[in-house]
Design a protein around this ligand. Sequence first.
Ligand SMILES: NC(=O)c1ccc[n+]([C@@H]2O[C@H](COP(=O)([O-])OP(=O)(O)OC[C@H]3O[C@@H](n4cnc5c(N)ncnc54)[C@H](O)[C@@H]3O)[C@@H](O)[C@H]2O)c1
Length: 305
Amino acid sequence: MNVDTVSGRLVVVTGAGSGIGAALALEAARRGAAAVAVLDVDLTTAEQTADAIRFADTGAAAVAERCDVTDALALRRLAEELCAEHGAPGLVCANAGVTAAGGPLLEADLADARWVFEVNFFGVLATLQAFGRPMATSGEPGRLLVTGSEHSLGLPHAGAGAYTASKHAVLGVCEALRAELPPHLGVSVLCPGLTASRIWASGSRRPAQFGGPAEAQPLAQQVIERGMSAEVVAARAFDGIEAGHFLIPTHYNARSYADARTAEAAEAFDRLGEIDTQSWDVTEVATAIFTELAAAESETHIEPT
Ligand SMILES: NC(=O)c1ccc[n+]([C@@H]2O[C@H](COP(=O)([O-])OP(=O)(O)OC[C@H]3O[C@@H](n4cnc5c(N)ncnc54)[C@H](O)[C@@H]3O)[C@@H](O)[C@H]2O)c1
């Protein structure tokens, strides 16, 4: 689907107080959005992004709201309010995400992994449901953008296992949505590589039930600060959205991880060879069952002569 879903429409961005989310919110305004909902668990930074949008003088209205994507009920209420005021969004960027302390998975603290999934997986799903449902019923063209990662496509580096798994999980969500969404809606998954942001500090906001605030790792900060600028990532994201692409990578170097995954899968199937005479394709099996059931049903309805 290659349709402009941004011009003159509401664009919603979660995690828009910093980094990639702030850049997506600003880029939405530059590309003609009528209003940008700048949502973040940190209202102060959300307001800073909204101020930057107003300062950019694009004509877009900016609405800053405190929003914790792990609170599905609050998200639904906020979605209802925003839709009532601005109409169903043309674009929703489910971008908020966190990373936890690095280290080998066998030694990892499960609380870290649960928190990462709470925000990066359940928070994304809750965002997609809260805004996707009114978008589906509105009948207007729209797009859902999920910020995945190069970690969605392969393994750029070890030591971030739970984060990698959460980013694979949202790729799965997007693939499933692609098959399920009504034709007027599209979905894209943004797969950035190393990007300059404050993600290295995300542990400082870890809630008590997941172990409370965690200390940032100085090396992580140094590495992240050398990343691509979030503005370039956002511009590439919108180019991909405008073209209607499903996968939107932003860093060419990440291609090697994706290629390695694809090549390994191909080699594994080549080793297996075409040794089966029967197919266990789930859709084919389910279709066969439906056909058998329908045939049995019609037999039981044959009127006696
Ligand atoms: N920086 C990178 O190298 C990189 C690379 C690939 C993908 N990503 C992804 O990009 C997205 C944005 O991260 P970033 O790098 O801009 O980091 P960032 O920390 O600069 O921005 C993330 C924002 O999300 C907000 N946030 C955190 N938890 C939240 C919650 N529960 N509810 C609402 N908002 C919440 C934070 O307050 C912050 O403003 C994340 O999904 C991240 O996984 C980042």
